[in-house]
Design a protein. Structure first.
Lengths: 785, 270
């Protein structure tokens, strides 16, 4: 979230798209409800009518996989009807920047597409620079090569009739959404977008998010109270795990994972430290060397010295994608021998689980760390396999639940909140920290004794969390914050980190979270800040530097006057020469630095060149779609990797004419172990079900409560039919297309059992992140006889 | 202490059922074995109140005007201001169905209850259930153990949206009327339920976002059965010593029989 949970209450209009917040983030509705009590409008855009839709002023049905067409249509309307915030665009975004003359777009492809490699050469996705190397701008936004005009041209293809034919959203609802949400472009008004996995789990997932972010920029909705682009994270600490880099492509604090070409620290820093010639650009990532060296010091302590490039050679260097699908494909191909699965249950939650379970069979060993014996831990006991033929050795380590251990979680709003141990874990269950501590110590011991391939990174690993049986979690938190290695004191903030090896920090973004003043995440002061917008600055702590709303300089004009004085985030007191309110994005006086300090050009990007699949979002169909792409001849995202071969069948619309999507419900949680083992929750939702429209049920002679078969190219499952008005067919270009919906929580362990919906989903992911396309695929249904 | 009440501002209900689970957690009630969904219109389960379930959320799929609506209602004892169940309770001299008039709480004293079912028979909302195993009446206790210690009921505590609010009945009624105004301004047709029902009202106050007719399982005009008087008349000669569940069962049957005869006589006379 650029903002945070409580801040939702400050919105004048809330758009929930790609999220079922009422069901999957019920507490968020505390703040949605408060906003609505003050008159805010709630818009919900979703393929199905959910408990979220039930609260909405406007519910706009949208075919799964058509978000970009929808948002592009809304943006087009906003531009053509002058609802955008021009001052904001000029001051804070790259709308006025001139783009390279050779940049172009044709047939659904941007310039530089290499058909063989399925990759773009992005050399023309660039700004025009002046003689000083600063991007050229046209503040009138009239130059045909400026970002604004290029965007306008790109969006002009998305008129509301066209959009309606793609999305299935009735035109009058598109218009209503565009008008009502567009009204937040007025000065002093704010609109927020709440999104989740309905947005991201597509082959165009990242561009879906980008389209929302661009809409927010057009309306001047980023950096303000009640605004922002707000990802509702799927688990309580998934923000924390992302910040700490439980992903292959980043290191803690969003530093880049070294690539094979980054052989030396010097090469790495040159590659990844952005430069800016613009004196008004803070270009915050220019500090990359300080953060990287401090991280290396945290990893390898005294073994990281100037002489050995701070042990940079110990860092793994990546050459390809190591995301979930890729990993399981490699496992299936026999390239991976062992797997440690901590708190993850891919045998239920992974896409194409039949294939993923087959991949598990090829392992020599599997370590499953969880609260229960999950479907993954017992993949060898699935009804359809013969355990005698499976050689994988499975180790089960019982783990402690969140209430059984001390530590922090970081919520979607970036708030790091300390939690205490409430009860002791049952039996032999241990905290994750205990398990990792034992594992690391044993590995260090073995590598020290026996050596092995490249033993030094493990033998020299800085690992010291106290002498007790249970590692000291405070020492971990302090290491993440970082130390001044000269004085031995905790670093007060990342401004003090250095690139000479005299500081350490396990995550620069968390610098200031645990200082000599104490554990900031444990603070519980319920008083609000002076601006009274619900920042509660001394309740827990948030990154970066306790800034509750990021990019907040954009909430003011260039003199530091807030556009919304009644709910200002920050404002400049000219007499006292200081900012008040939230922690500003840098203390520089107004107008002296651009507001988007993380970008080298200091401006938010309406035209972006960071993504693999294009500077502007363009509609492509899901891998499995019942219709041809109306926007171009490029049917699917042209840079998405599609796996072929064994167990990767793709369905066609003839055999599988019905659109399917998967989702979660309030009553169950993720792959289900924590809820399908709880009798109170099992009582509420005891069985796997499939939701469908009355028209589909009628045509298939299915009645509410019947057992129904659902088939895709990957497999077949059975579920109870829920026949409901909440599901409706979509009218696309005059023809009706049915959809069904499936919760993905079920499996064959626990009190409540049922088929896993992911037997049906394909092994294909987003072009940028490889997040699986769980949300849109093709199936057929029939009554079980 | 003033009489307490709970507001159900149903427009704010997101059907998350945290209240239903919190009730079980606080009252240490087991999960029920259920199958599929008990009713059309959404995800309701279990099918009805029971000795293991004091409250549950009902789902209503409906069309109001030209707009499809999905509404939710938490269902439980209404905690009447003048409770018929207490009047019906034959246990003497201290009634098993206990009425704390100060707090406005009605709950079953399980030590005294004989499980006769008179409370269920004469409840205008059909709420109490008899546990066959323990032979005791069961129903929402208004979390008497919590509220008498200055805490709010478990369901209210769990509600994320403040659809459920606990407080003095006067204040709750004021909030209900405010909510009604808010909904009217949004073009809805709200109705307050529980303020004046049965004449003296209830301690559970609903603000229904649409008229009562859209919630067909709520009695339109709840009333205390006239049989209740007859029941007491029949009970009088028995004396308190001979009271047992079986005897009360017979009396209730006799009352029904007498009522039927009366009806038949009335018809003949007419």
């Amino acid at each position: 979230m650029t903002n945070h949970w409580i801040d939702i209450k400050n919105a004048d209009c809330i758009m929930i798209i790609g999220s079922n917040a009422a069901e999957n983030h019920p507490v968020s509705f505390r703040w949605v409800t408060k906003a609505m009590e003050k008159g805010a409008k709630l818009i919900n855009v979703d393929p199905r009518f959910t408990r979220t839709s039930s609260k909405a002023d406007i519910y706009a049905p949208l075919r799964s996989g058509a978000d970009i067409a929808f948002i592009n249509g809304v943006m087009n309307y906003i531009i053509e009807n002058n609802l955008y915030d021009k001052d904001y665009l000029v001051d804070n975004t790259n709308a006025s920047f001139l783009v390279n003359e050779k940049f172009s777009f044709k047939n659904g492809l941007y310039v530089g597409y290499n058909k063989k490699k399925k990759k773009y050469d992005k050399k023309y996705w660039r700004y025009q620079l002046d003689e000083n190397g600063i991007p050229k701008v046209d503040r009138t936004l009239q130059n045909p090569r400026c970002v604004f005009q290029l965007l306008r041209k790109h969006l002009s293809r998305y008129n509301l009739d066209e959009v309606s034919a793609i999305t299935g959203t009735p035109k009058h609802l598109l218009l209503e959404v565009a008008k009502i949400y567009g009204a937040t472009g007025a000065k002093g008004k704010s609109g927020t977008i709440m999104y989740a996995m309905g947005t991201t789990q597509h082959t165009v997932g990242t561009q879906n998010v980008r389209s929302y972010a661009m809409l927010q920029l057009l309306l001047g909705n980023v950096g303000i109270a009640g605004g922002g682009i707000n990802a509702l994270r799927g688990e309580s600490n998934v923000q924390g795990s992302t910040d700490m880099a439980l992903l292959f492509h980043i290191l803690p604090g969003y530093l880049k994972t070294p690539r094979v070409e980054d052989q030396s620290l010097k090469q790495y820093l040159e590659h990844w430290t952005p430069k800016s010639a613009d004196p008004k650009s803070a270009n915050w990532w220019q500090h990359t060397p300080k953060y990287m060296v401090s991280l290396l010091k945290a990893f390898w302590g005294e073994h990281a010295t100037k002489g050995n490039q701070f042990a940079y050679s110990y860092m793994p260097k990546v050459s390809e994608n190591y995301s979930h699908i890729t990993m399981f494909e490699a496992m299936y191909d026999g390239k991976i021998k062992g797997l440690i699965c901590m708190g993850q249950n891919p045998a239920v939650g992974g896409p194409n689980v039949r294939k993923e379970k087959k991949a598990l069979e090829k392992l020599d060993w599997l370590v499953a760390v969880d609260l229960w014996e999950t479907e993954t831990a017992s993949f060898w006991a699935t009804p359809e396999v013969d355990p005698k033929k499976i050689k994988t050795e499975v180790f089960m380590l019982p783990a402690a639940a969140s209430m059984e251990k001390e530590g922090s979680i970081t919520n979607s709003g970036r708030w790091m909140q300390w939690r205490y141990q409430a009860v002791h874990p049952p039996g032999d269950a241990k905290s994750d920290l205990w398990i990792l501590d034992k594992l690391a110590k044993q590995l260090k011991k073995l590598y020290k004794k026996d050596g092995g391939a490249f033993a030094e990174p493990i033998v020299h690993l800085n690992w010291n969390y106290g002498p007790k049986e249970e590692p000291n979690v405070h020492l971990v938190a302090k290491e993440i914050n970082g130390y001044d290695l000269v004085t031995g004191k905790l670093v007060p903030s990342f401004g003090k980190l250095k690139d000479d090896g005299t500081t350490s920090s396990g995550n620069w973004l968390y610098c200031a979270s645990y200082t000599e003043k104490g554990n900031m995440a444990a603070r519980r002061d319920p008083r609000d800040a002076t601006n009274k917008i619900g920042l509660y600055p001394n309740w827990s702590w948030c990154w970066p530097v306790n800034r509750r709303i990021i990019y907040n300089r954009a909430s003011c004009d260039l003199k530091g006057n807030p556009h919304a004085p009644h709910k200002y985030v920050v404002k400049w007191l000219a007499d006292e020469k200081k900012w008040v309110g939230d922690v500003p994005d840098g203390g520089w006086p107004p107008g002296t630095r651009h507001s988007f300090i993380m970008k080298p050009e200091g401006h938010a990007r309406l035209f972006g060149f960071g993504l693999a699949d294009g500077p502007f979002p363009e509609h492509y169909e899901p891998l499995e779609s019942p219709v041809k792409n109306r926007m171009s001849k490029t049917q699917i995202n042209p840079v998405t990797k599609v796996w072929r071969g064994a167990m990767n069948e793709i369905g066609n619309k003839k055999k599988y004419p019905i659109i399917a999507t998967t989702y979660r419900v309030t009553e169950h949680w993720q792959a289900g172990q924590m809820t399908r083992n709880n009798a109170w929750l099992v009582e509420l939702m005891p069985d796997m079900f499939v939701e469908m429209s009355k028209s589909l049920a009628k045509s298939k002679r299915i009645k509410h409560g019947d057992r129904v078969k659902i088939k895709t190219a990957r497999g077949e499952i059975t579920a109870y039919a829920v026949v409901t008005e909440r599901f409706q067919a979509f009218k696309l270009n005059g023809r009706l297309y049915e959809q069904v919906g499936l919760p993905w929580h079920f499996g064959y362990k626990g009190l409540a059992q049922g088929f896993s919906a992911n037997i049906l989903t394909p092994h294909v992911g987003d072009a940028n992140t490889m997040i699986p396309e769980y949300k849109a695929f093709l199936c057929n249904v029939e009554k079980e006889v | 202490m003033a009489a307490k009440a709970i507001l159900f501002d149903l427009d704010k209900c997101i059907g998350c059922r945290a209240c239903q689970v919190a009730c079980k957690a606080w009252n240490q009630l087991p999960g029920e074995e259920t199958r599929f969904f008990a009713a059309a219109g959404g995800y309701q389960n279990p099918p009805s109140l029971s000795p293991k379930t004091y409250t549950l959320v009902k789902f209503y799929e409906t069309t109001v005007g030209d707009k499809f609506r999905w509404m939710f209602r938490k269902h439980q004892c209404m905690q009447c201001v003048d409770p018929a169940c207490v009047k019906a309770c034959p246990v003497e001299p201290v009634k098993a169905m206990t009425h704390d008039k100060k707090l406005g709480v009605v709950y079953v004293n399980k030590e005294l209850c004989i499980g006769c079912g008179a409370c269920y028979e004469y409840c205008p909302f059909g709420i109490p259930r008899i546990d066959d195993k323990t032979e005791k009446a069961t129903k929402c206790t208004f979390c008497y153990d919590r509220v008498s210690n200055g805490m709010e009921p478990a369901c209210v505590k769990a509600c994320p949206t403040d659809c459920l609010v606990y407080g003095d009945r006067d204040m709750i009624l004021e909030m209900a009327h405010k909510a009604q105004k808010r909904l009217k301004a949004k073009g809805r047709n709200p109705q307050i339920y529980g303020e004046r029902e049965l004449g003296t009202g209830c301690s559970k106050i609903y603000v229904l976002p649409e008229p009562l007719g859209y919630f067909p399982d709520l009695p339109k005009k709840p009333k205390v059965s006239e049989d209740l008087g007859l029941f007491h008349e029949f009970l009088k000669p028995l004396g308190s010593l001979s009271i047992s569940a079986a005897v009360i069962g017979l009396v209730i049957a006799r009352v029904k029989e007498a009522r039927q005869t009366e009806e038949v006589t009335e018809k003949v006379e007419a």
